[in-house]
Ligand binder design. Structure first.
Ligand code: CA
Length: 247
C-alpha cells in the first residue's frame, strides 16, 4: 500500500506527514471460507494541519494475484455486499465520521492464463476395488505439452486426478495417468476458451468420464504388452503376491 503520488505531492508541498497503517487481513465476517477482508488506512499530521477537504486519490492499494483459479472473470472488490462503511476523522472532532462507500463501482477482471483439470485414475488392476487407496499405488498423473514438458498433478485416495496451472496453449495436452505394470492412460485435450469479448482464457474442466483405463500387463514398463511381459511373468511363477506385483 502506498500514498497516491498526487496526495504525496500535496503533502510534501505543505510539509505534512502521511503515515500508512499496516494493512490487516482478516477472514470475511460472513464469507470467511472463501474470502478475506483487508483494512487499510493512513494518518496525516503536521504543524498547523487543519484537515483536508476535497476529492483526491489518497491511497493506492495493490493486490498480488496468488493464482488465477477463478471461473467468473468479473468481480467487484466485494461482490456480495454492495456498500461498506468508510470512516475518517474530521479536524477538530474526536469521533470518526462514517460515510458509505460503494464497493461495486470499481470491478476487476481475472483473465485465467492457466487451465485446471479434474480427471480420474482408472487403473485396470484396481478396477472395482473401491477400498483401494489409489494415492499409494505408485501412480503418477500429469499434463504433457506437445514439446514433452510435464505439468505434475495429484492423485487422491479415491482416484481423483487434479492437474492445476496448465499454461494456456493452442496445442493440445495429453493428460496422463501412469501406474506401475500398466500402459499409460492418455487423454488428449485442447484446453482454453474465449471470453465474451474474444480474449483467450484458460478453463476449469472435468474430464474424468473420458479418461481411458490404463491396461494392466506391461510388467517390464516398456510401453507395450507383449511376449516379453509374459516371460517376465513366467519368471515369477511360484513367488508370493507383492503389493506392487500380483503374480
Ligand atoms: Ca512390456
Amino acid at each position: 500500500m502506498k500514498v497516491n503520488p498526487e496526495f504525496q505531492k500535496y503533502a510534501l508541498e505543505r510539509g505534512l506527514n502521511v503515515t500508512v497503517d499496516q494493512p490487516v487481513v482478516k477472514p470475511h465476517p460472513e464469507l470467511g471460507f472463501s474470502k478475506n477482508t483487508v483494512n487499510v488506512g493512513a494518518q496525516i499530521s503536521g504543524d498547523g494541519f487543519q484537515g483536508f477537504s476535497g476529492d483526491t486519490p489518497f491511497l493506492d492499494v495493490t493486490f498480488k494475484l496468488v493464482n488465477d483459479y477463478f471461473d467468473i472473470i468479473w468481480d467487484a472488490m466485494d461482490g456480495d455486499l454492495n456498500t461498506k462503511t468508510f470512516s475518517y476523522m474530521q479536524y477538530g472532532e474526536s469521533t470518526p465520521k462514517k460515510i458509505t462507500s460503494f464497493t461495486q463501482i470499481y470491478s476487476y477482471k481475472v483473465i485465467m492464463t492457466h487451465s485446471f483439470i479434474t480427471s480420474y485414475a482408472r487403473i485396470e488392476a484396481f478396477n472395482g476395488n473401491w477400498a483401494k487407496d489409489l494415492s499409494t499405488v505408485g501412480a503418477k498423473a500429469y499434463a504433457q505439452d506437445s514439446n514433452g514438458v510435464k505439468y505434475p498433478g495429484t492423485i487422491e485416495k479415491d482416484g481423483t486426478v487434479k492437474v492445476n496451472d496448465i499454461p494456456l496453449s493452442k496445442d493440445p495436452y495429453n493428460i496422463v495417468v501412469e501406474a506401475p505394470g500398466h500402459l499409460k492412460s492418455i487423454q488428449k485435450v485442447t484446453l482454453g476458451t474465449k471470453t465474451t469479448w474474444g480474449e483467450d482464457v484458460g478453463e476449469i474442466r472435468y474430464i474424468a468420464g473420458s479418461q481411458p483405463v490404463a491396461a494392466a500387463g506391461d510388467v517390464n514398463g516398456d510401453g507395450v504388452i507383449d511376449v516379453l511381459d509374459v516371460k517376465k511373468l513366467a519368471n515369477k511363477i511360484g513367488m508370493q503376491d507383492q503389493d506392487e506385483f500380483k503374480v
